[in-house]
Design a protein around this ligand. Structure first.
Ligand SMILES: Nc1nc2c(c(=O)[nH]1)N[C@H]1C(S)=C(S)[C@@H](COP(=O)(O)OP(=O)(O)OC[C@H]3O[C@@H](n4cnc5c(=O)[nH]c(N)nc54)[C@H](O)[C@@H]3O)O[C@H]1N2
Ligand SMILES: Nc1nc2c(c(=O)[nH]1)N[C@H]1C(S)=C(S)[C@@H](COP(=O)(O)OP(=O)(O)OC[C@H]3O[C@@H](n4cnc5c(=O)[nH]c(N)nc54)[C@H](O)[C@@H]3O)O[C@H]1N2
Ligand code: SF4
Ligand SMILES: [Mo]
Length: 757
């Protein structure tokens, strides 16, 4: 028997980036533990990490390329799969143009270095305007405000958790989600320490979450009313003379405009709709102003709603007005070792961001950072006319469950002429594909969190090589991307990915040496390319990004890091606590923090006039929200016994008062109906949810035919996105509204199956 081996790697499952210690024998995982020496997570793990072992051995996982012939899936060679894609896809593009292809990129790509590095090249070859991603069912409002206020899409301030003394959290449940746009392993430990040093945590959420239970104070808010509430805080700060941006003053533009915009939002007015008393609002504003180190943080509950961008903007406005932005213990800008646009080029100003360079064909919604809203995907497929989408490529995405109005989207997917998926499961989305390409298993490729370290509460860099050797003949994810790119670029199905890779890295180097202010400005590109040898693929790109990044060795010109440094530190490299970065971090054309960007200012009127509408009450106006569960991960970790065993979790949470009024009984079934559809679901009565609000988790509903996820179908649940409405978006970001959906709830008289078909 071969000896066992111990490896260290980063958990790829959520944004916390915990360090794993993994024992393997050949390609088998023997055990997974927290890496006690990890510089960031210090051994912390959540229950999901252990499930990587079962995931790795899941018999339902796709291991070979598959081609669908009618309703039969057959395994084929890689060459045959790519040839099939070329035969299926290219005639459609030749006949109908490039926009006939849509691309949808799902959440796991955010954790995948190959995707992050090679997606741009792939999209360049695809040459379609119809690019969609999970970002517009998630955090796009944060990218919009980051771009407009600070100049780049990832300039998102994060709470300096290690030093803050007052944390106001809205629409986030980091004790369950393990944090988002705030990379911080062990949120429970971090919040405990915050409180132990005398700090205070206040949670604003229509649900009394685990995070709320651990906080000092929790207030229910009516879903979708965060912008009202936050504006009332801003109003109070001005009203009571508490605005104190301190050293930020010389770096901000638009302060007076913010004051004028906040004028109508008195706490008394706002209290009538948001459900939080005026005295409480004033109290929170005063505490926020008085705390020496405070941070306001808003996450998905504040993004996936009709005022997502306004709410996200107001979060940062409050951090500025109280002088906490960019200050120790406030909301600070991480400085990532690689790939961060606010750490390259000339410090202090830049080109800023521009949106709406093209519009979606059917609804005319603007492009944001090259993307169109996922809420538009169905209509782009099912609305005939010039430019109609006829083919789709999904990359690690399950929009059939995760995007709004999934019934319509699923119907649309069934009409596609050709579809390709890179995925590990035959699931609700990939069942419509003609070809499925499997990536290597999670632990069989290298890992570096290019995106998430840009959001980390402590500056770290951690690279891990593959823990498990790839099966002979299996392709790495970057090779999949580049072979698809080769097909789309007209180079044929067997174009050599290595040649494309050389081209991609040369372009990258070329761009950096001609960037004013870069630490490798004016260097010889050919020489640098030579210096990266013999690396290739993501490792070569990463080495380049690290060496030309803010801690880089500038290819020998200075003391600094390279990929070799990270390879020598298997538990990660600690790059220190967050440091103040203003004005250097800014990339706005003015070189200022834009406190009142024009598009945002123009949207305030919509908020102001939304009051009447939001006063509607009663059944038909119950508001549906989502919830996350520690042992789940969006739609795709339900095929694992370790995570699904136990009591059913896909239930309707409803307040006892509402249940009594509607005659609902715990454990019985309720029907829930919205504009887009209806479903039946078991009732769970709990006063953790705000009266007038009901909650259903997303990512369930594994009842569909022609899928192959055996365990998931035994714990099927229902798909809440049958109820969410693709028509409702946050206009500035195009983000889907997935919380605060008006629904009617009724008891189901006959005891019927809760499995929606
Ligand atoms: N109602 C409601 N809807 C929501 C949300 C909500 O809160 N409420 N949340 C939204 C959010 S935040 C998000 S991010 C989206 C997620 O939306 P999606 O990204 O569309 O969905 P996921 O469930 O993350 O699906 C991931 C897909 O990738 C596959 N996969 C897993 N690992 C890998 C891998 O290593 N490589 C490849 N190639 N494939 C892999 C899985 O099989 C699955 O098909 O859902 C959104 N939908
Ligand atoms: N265990 C687990 N972890 C995950 C995931 C998972 O599915 N399961 N998904 C991952 C992904 S893709 C993401 S994006 C992150 C998300 O991470 P978080 O943002 O922390 O997500 P949630 O836990 O859904 O918390 C959102 C909270 O918003 C509340 N909420 C709903 N509507 C409103 C509203 O209008 N206003 C306010 N103030 N609150 C509202 C909900 O009640 C909920 O408590 O989690 C990641 N981590
Ligand atoms: S918290 Fe996230 S990164 Fe950490 S072990 Fe759990 S799933 Fe993995
Ligand atoms: Mo997400």
């Amino acid at each position: 028997m071969t000896a066992t081996k111990i490896s260290y790697a980063t958990c790829p499952l959520c944004e916390a980036t915990c360090g794993l210690e993994i024992e393997t024998r050949d390609r088998e995982i023997i055990s997974i533990r927290g890496d006690a020496q990890d510089v960031f997570s210090h051994g912390y793990l959540c229950p999901k990490a252990y499930s990587l072992k079962e995931l790795h051995a899941d018999p339902d996982c796709i291991r070979e390329p598959m081609v669908r012939r009618d309703d039969q899936w057959i395994s084929v060679s890689w060459d045959d799969a790519f040839a099939e894609i070329e035969r299926g896809l290219m005639p459609i593009l030749q006949e109908h143009g490039r926009d006939a292809l849509a691309v949808y990129v799902g959440n796991p790509n955010a954790h995948n270095i190959a995707s992050l590095l090679y997606l741009p090249a792939f999209l360049q070859s695809a040459k379609t305007h119809n690019f969609f991603s999970a970002s517009t069912v998630d955090q796009m409002p944060k990218h919009v405000t980051a771009g407009l206020m600070f100049g780049t899409l990832f300039s998102i301030p994060v709470p300096d958790l290690e030093r803050t003394e007052y944390l106001l959290l809205l629409g986030a449940n980091p004790l369950v989600s393990n944090g988002s746009l705030m990379t911080a392993p062990d949120m429970r430990g971090r919040l405990r320490r915050l409180r132990q040093r005398g700090g205070k945590v206040v949670v604003i959420d229509p649900y009394r979450t685990r995070t709320a239970q651990e906080a000092d104070e929790h207030y229910f808010i009516r879903p979708g009313h965060d912008a009202h509430f936050l504006f009332a805080l801003v109003h109070t700060l001005f009203d009571e003379g508490l605005v104190a941006p301190g050293t930020l003053t010389e770096h901000i533009a638009g302060l007076e405009q913010v004051r004028i915009l906040a004028e109508p939002f008195t706490p008394e007015w706002v209290a009538t709709t948001c459900g939080i008393a005026a005295s409480t609002i004033r109290g929170i504003a005063r505490e926020l102003a008085a705390a020496p180190r405070a941070a306001v943080y808003g996450r998905i509950g504040t993004c996936t709603q009709a005022f997502g961008t306004l709410s996200s903007w107001l979060v940062d406005v409050l951090n500025v007005l109280t002088g906490n932005l960019d200050h120790e213990g406030g909301a600070m800008f991480p400085k990532a070792a690689a790939g961060s646009r606010n750490a390259t080029g000339t410090p202090g100003h830049g080109r800023g961001v521009r949106f709406g360079r093209w519009k979606s064909r059917v609804r005319g919604l603007p492009e944001i950072y090259g993307e169109l809203p996922a809420s538009c995907l169905a209509e782009e497929i099912d609305t005939p006319g010039q430019g109609q989408v006829k083919a789709l490529i999904t990359l690690a995405g399950n929009p059939a469950l995760s995007a709004p109005n999934s019934d319509r989207l699923q119907r649309a997917l069934s009409t596609l002429k050709f579809m390709v998926s890179i995925d590990i499961y035959l699931n609700e989305t990939t069942r419509y594909a003609n070809v499925i390409l499997p990536p290597p298993p999670a632990l069989a490729h290298s890992h570096y969190d290019l995106a998430l370290y840009q959001l980390a509460v402590h500056n770290v860099a951690h690279y891990s090589p593959p823990v498990i050797e790839r099966e002979p003949g299996a392709l790495d994810e970057w090779e999949l991307f580049l072979r698809l790119a080769g097909i789309l670029a007209g180079q044929g199905y067997n174009a050599n990915p290595h040649a494309v890779d050389d081209f991609v890295v040369t372009t990258l180097i070329q761009r950096e040496v001609t960037t004013a202010g870069s630490i490798i400005e004016n260097r010889d590109a050919g020489e640098l390319l030579e210096a990266l040898k013999p690396r290739r693929g993501p490792e070569r790109m990463l080495d380049f990004l690290l060496r030309s990044g803010p801690y880089g060795d500038a290819f020998g010109r200075q003391d600094g890091i390279s990929l070799a440094t990270l390879e020598a530190h298997p538990h990660g490299v600690d790059l220190g606590p967050l440091q103040p970065r203003i004005p250097e971090v800014l990339r706005t054309p003015s070189g200022k923090i834009e406190l009142a960007p024009q598009p945002i200012v123009e949207d305030v009127e919509r908020l102001r006039t939304s009051f009447e509408q939001s006063l509607a009450r009663g059944n038909g106006h119950m508001l549906l929200i989502g919830r996350r569960d520690l042992r789940s991960n969006n739609s795709w970790m339900h095929n694992l016994h370790v995570l699904t065993k136990g009591k059913e979790r896909c239930t309707l949470h409803i307040h006892p008062d509402d249940a009594a009024q509607l005659g609902l009984v715990d454990g019985n079934m309720a029907s829930v109906a919205s504009r887009t559809g209806s479903l039946e679901i078991p009732i769970e009565i709990t006063d953790a949810v705000m009266p007038g609000v009901v909650s259903i988790p997303h990512g369930w509903g594994h009842t569909l035919s022609r899928t192959k996820t055996r365990i998931a179908s035994e714990h099927a649940g229902v798909n809440t996105n049958i109820l969410t409405d693709e028509v409702e978006v946050d206009p500035l970001s195009g983000n889907a509204v997935l919380n605060g959906i008006p629904v009617a709830v009724e008891k189901v008289l006959t005891e019927s199956s809760h499995h929606a078909s």
